[in-house]
Structure formats: C-alpha cells, structure tokens
Design a protein around this ligand. Sequence first.
Ligand SMILES: Nc1ncnc2c1ncn2[C@@H]1O[C@H](COP(=O)(O)OP(=O)(O)OP(=O)(O)O)[C@@H](O)[C@H]1O
Length: 356
Amino acid sequence: MTQTPPLLEVRGIRCAYGRNAVVHDLSLHLPRGVIAGLVGPSGCGKTTVLRAIAGLQPLVAGEILLEGRVLSGPGAAVPPERRGIGMVFQEHTLFPHLSIGDNVAFGLRGRPAAERRRTVERMLALVGLEGLAGRYPHELSGGQQQRVALARALAPGPRLLLLDEPFSSLDVELRQRLALEVREILVREGITAILVTHDQGEAFAICERVGVMHAGRILQWDTPYNLYHDPADRFVADFIGEGVFVAGRLVDPETLETEAGVLRGDRAYPWPPGTAVDVLVRPDDVVPDPDGPLAAIVRNKAFRGAETLYTLELPTGARVLSLFPSHLDHGIGERVRVRVAADHLVAFPREEEAAA
Ligand SMILES: Nc1ncnc2c1ncn2[C@@H]1O[C@H](COP(=O)(O)OP(=O)(O)OP(=O)(O)O)[C@@H](O)[C@H]1O
C-alpha cells in the first residue's frame, strides 16, 4: 500500500538463545531517512533485535529485508560485512593499535588511497575532529572516541546505521550534548538509523519514532509525543514518562469520576458506564491554580531547576505528581490548590475487572 518500500523491513522475527526464546514475532518498518529508537527495560531484547538486523544473531523465524532484498530469512543469511549496515556500540570499539585515521579508514579497504584519505578527512570534519587523524584512541576523551566510532561507521556510506547504547559510558552532560550533535549529523547526512537505549530521554531527543519493547515484543511503535500522551497500553503508560494512576469510574463516555475529582476530557471512552478504570495523570496534567477545585497537601518535592516536581496528596488520600514553575515554592506539609487539566486523559479498564 505504501508508495515506496521501506528501507528496512523486519517481518515477524523470532530469536532465541538455545531454548530460551527472547524475541517473539517482532515486526517493524523503517522508512528511508528516519531515525528510530528502541527502548524498554533491561533484558527485553533490544540488543538482540539490533544484532539480528546486523546479521550477528540468527533468526528462528521471520525475515529481514533491506531495500527489498532479503538479508536474513529462510535460505538467506547475508554476512554482516556485506549488509551495508554500520554499527556503533557502547564502548571500546576502536582498534587501540590503529591511528584515528586508520580506524576511520578501516571499512574502506580496497578503495583507492586518495579516496580513502578524502573520506577520512570528510568524516573527521563531520564529527568535529579535524586534524586528529594521527592520534591514537587512548589519546582521545571518551566523547571523542565515540565520535570516531561514528565516523568509522559512516565512512563506507552504510544504508542503515545501528547504534547500541552509544553514549552510555559517558557522563550525563556529555551524553546529552553528544546525543544532540549526533542527531544533527545523521539528519544532515540523511542517514537512516536505529538507536537502542535504556534512556527514554535520549531516545526522545534523537528519534522521530520509538518502539517500546517488553519481553521480546514491540508494544507500541510511535512518535515520542504519542507514546507520552497516547500510550497504547498500561505498560507503555507506566514505562514512558512520569505519572500515577488514580482510580475512577466511567460516568458516561466522556466523564470520569475519579479520586482526583470529576474529569471531562476531549476523548470518548468505549466502555459501558460504571466501568472501573485507572486514569493516568501526568505531572503536567496537575496544574497549580489558586481557584482550583482540589486542595492538596505537599508530601514531597524535588527541585529540577526551572520546575519543581511535587508529590501531592489529594483529599481522597490518592497521590499525584505535579510540576510547578520553581518560583512557586511550597514547603512539605503545606496546602496548595490545583486542578487537573483533563483534555486528553488516558484511562485503562482496571486490571482485575479487565481480566474478569
Ligand atoms: N549470549 C546470550 N546467551 C544467552 N542469553 C542471552 C545472551 N544475550 C542475551 N541473552 C538474554 O536474552 C534476553 C534479551 O537480551 P538483550 O541483550 O537483547 O536485552 P536488552 O533489552 O538489550 O537488555 P539491556 O538493556 O540490559 O542491554 C535477556 O533475557 C538476556 O538475558
């Protein structure tokens, strides 16, 4: 149905270590030029999926196509070095005995010397390391080394770039800066990429599409905005961002009677009136308002610079999180008034009833 075939198609793949199946019937489509991410709790299978795409992990079932050509599948297993796929790993990926220039030129063996030299220069300039070709990896900082790893992966002109936790060995400030830099480089070069990270903030900063994985499956493949505001299920709602569930009951399709008051949003819920639900309330849904209908008590606070994250106890005893501009400073135990901005609240039928 799509006009142009996706650059990468993963169709119903299964992967296992021995008898232990860890990726189940997983599919994804990646259009050309898109930077996508995979996030999920430790052990959910992110790295295994990336390794399967790179050709480092055999498939039990399914197939993987790049530009319509089968790379892995029944009767096909194109070796990793012939896939046209670049990879950047977490750390220690440079060859310590090779200069920076030779590291970057590693994937260019067999090309004319002049072309190799030009490409190395261009790649080092691209990652902001001009003039460092003669140095050795141990003479560079961790951030510089990861930039070299990126330059080396991009040098042969891969059709797809895979990044497996490329910033996780760096300190927080550097990883945030480098993540944005890398995004700029990939966008400028029109590179299609998949980033695996356990840091959803990093995925949101870099990726246009993010898949949330759990136990070997992708539960939702969507924009960061939709993952946050319109999570497909309870796991995604819980995993992405901050927030708490408050108990409630559907009065009519648009109205919820909850521990945080009666809430009317802009969406209609499909369940019969009376259905018990849990409503996801994000910190940005609970707004300070001197005339607000809810009197809450401050139970905890975490200063975050521009904002403070308050834990507030409502009259029903339910607790919600709320972001206040940090100049609105309240002490623990103080009473504040808030309202719930309920425009697009997400609700799920309460689990025991859903299961009944
Ligand atoms: N070489 C291996 N042999 C056996 N089991 C493995 C091997 N590598 C991974 N596993 C198991 O496969 C599952 C998926 O692992 P994988 O590394 O893909 O997860 P992940 O989501 O990338 O985790 P993390 O975020 O911790 O890196 C885990 O249960 C893990 O224990």
